[in-house]
Write a protein that binds this ligand. Structure first.
Ligand SMILES: [Zn+2]
Length: 356
C-alpha cells in the first residue's frame, strides 16, 4: 500500500474513536488536538470513569473570519460523546489561565460533572474570569445538569446545589485524589504556602506566578507513572520538587511537556527521565524579545526531551495523542504522522563558542 493510502487509512481509523470499554482495566490518556492554544487531557480510568486535566482555551468569532471556538464544546464534548460517556467524573484545572480553564464553564453548565478541583489560589494575578469558573463549579459540580434547557428547568436543583456548595475541592501538595482504585493520584505541587508569593513582585510576573503554582499531578498505574505538571517551570518549582519529592518518585513514564514545551526546565528533564513526552501546542507562535524566529514549543520539547531518549509527540503535528497503560507497559497512538519532523525554528541559546 502506498504511503498516501496508508496515511489516509490511519487518519480514518483515528477519526472514528472506539467507544470506551467500561472497566477495561487499562488507563487511557488522550491529549486533544485543539484549534487554539491550550491543554486538554482526557483520562479514562481502568474502572471506566472519565476525568479531565485542564479544558483547553477559547476563541471569540472574528467578523468575516473564523467562528468562535470553545475547547469544551468543540473538542472535549465530541470526543467524550464518541467514546460513549454521558458524564464527567471530575475536572481538574491546573491553574487559572484561560488556555487551561477555557472550556470548563461550558462543560460545567452542559454536562453532568461530579467534581471539580483547582489549587484554591486567591493571590496576586488571580482574575475575575477564573473566579467565575470556580463559582460555577461550586454551584454545579456534582449536580445533574445535562444541558442548558434542563438547567433552566432545574432551578430547584441548582438552588439545592448552591446550598450544598457543590463537589468542589482545592488541593495542594500532599493531597490524594480518589479517581479509581487502580490508580494512585497524588498532588506534588503547589505547596500550601504557594511558590513565589514572597518573591519581590518586580522579579516574578503575575503570569509566571500563576504558572509556577499549577497543580502537578502524579498518576501511578502499576509500574507506569504519568506526570502532569501544568505550566510549572523555573527554579522555585524545581527546588520544591527536589526538597519534597524523593528522586525515584519523580521518574516518569509519560510526561505532559511543562508549559506546552516552551519551558522544559533546567534540571527537570533529567529529574523525570520521561520515556514518552507529549506537548500540547500550536505549530508556532510569534517571536518575542528573546527569539528572533517564531517560537515552536513542540520543536523545543522534541529537542530537549528527545536528546534524553524520550519519544516526543506534539498535538500540532500528530493530532490527538493517546497513551494506553496496562500497568506494565505503555503504548502511544497518534492521529497523523508528522514526517519529516519539522525543522527546529526555535532559537535555543547558542552553544558557547569553543575556547581556543
Ligand atoms: Zn498554558
Amino acid at each position: 500500500m502506498n504511503k498516501f493510502l496508508l496515511a489516509l487509512l490511519g487518519l480514518a481509523l483515528a477519526l472514528v474513536p472506539r467507544a470506551h470499554a467500561a472497566g477495561s482495566g487499562k488507563l487511557t490518556v488522550t491529549w486533544l488536538d485543539l484549534a487554539v492554544h491550550g491543554l486538554a487531557v482526557v483520562v479514562e480510568t481502568p474502572g471506566g470513569k472519565v476525568l479531565l486535566i485542564d479544558t483547553g482555551g477559547t476563541r471569540a468569532a472574528k467578523p468575516g473570519g473564523e467562528p468562535d471556538y470553545n475547547a469544551g464544546r468543540d473538542a472535549i464534548a465530541p470526543f467524550l460523546t464518541a467514546r460513549g460517556y454521558t458524564e464527567i467524573a471530575g475536572i481538574s484545572v491546573s491553574h487559572p489561565h484561560g488556555d487551561h480553564y477555557g472550556g470548563a464553564s461550558w462543560l460545567l453548565e452542559n454536562w453532568k460533572v461530579r467534581s471539580f478541583v483547582d489549587n484554591g489560589y486567591r493571590g496576586r494575578g488571580q482574575t475575575d474570569g477564573y473566579l467565575k469558573v470556580r463559582t460555577t463549579a461550586q454551584q454545579t459540580a456534582g449536580v445533574y445538569l445535562l444541558n442548558q434547557a434542563a438547567a433552566a428547568q432545574s432551578a430547584e436543583l441548582r438552588t439545592a446545589a448552591q446550598k450544598e456548595g457543590g463537589n468542589y475541592r482545592a488541593v495542594v501538595a500532599g493531597d490524594v485524589l480518589d479517581w479509581d482504585p487502580a490508580l494512585t493520584v497524588e498532588v506534588l505541587s503547589p505547596p500550601a504556602e504557594f511558590l513565589g508569593t514572597t518573591t519581590d513582585p518586580a522579579k516574578i510576573s503575575e503570569h509566571g506566578l500563576l504558572n509556577q503554582n499549577s497543580i502537578v499531578l502524579r498518576v501511578q498505574h502499576g509500574k507506569n507513572v504519568f506526570l502532569f505538571p501544568g505550566d510549572c517551570y523555573g527554579g522555585g518549582f524545581e527546588g520544591h520538587l527536589k526538597a519534597k519529592v524523593a528522586p525515584e518518585r519523580l521518574k516518569t513514564t509519560v510526561l505532559t511537556a511543562p508549559h506546552h514545551g516552551f519551558n522544559p526546565g533546567t534540571n527537570f528533564p533529567k529529574m523525570v527521565q520521561a520515556e514518552i513526552v507529549v506537548a500540547s501546542c500550536l505549530p508556532d507562535y510569534p517571536s518575542n524579545a528573546n527569539t528572533p524566529n517564531p517560537r515552536s514549543p513542540g520543536t523545543r520539547a522534541h529537542k530537549v526531551f528527545g536528546a534524553l531518549g524520550a519519544n516526543v509527540y506534539v498535538t500540532a503535528w500528530h493530532g490527538n495523542v493517546q497513551v494506553v497503560s496496562d500497568g506494565e507497559t505503555v503504548k502511544a497512538t497518534i492521529q497523523r504522522e508528522s514526517e519529516p519532523w519539522p525543522e527546529p525554528n526555535d532559537a535555543l541559546p547558542a552553544p558557547a563558542p569553543a575556547k581556543k
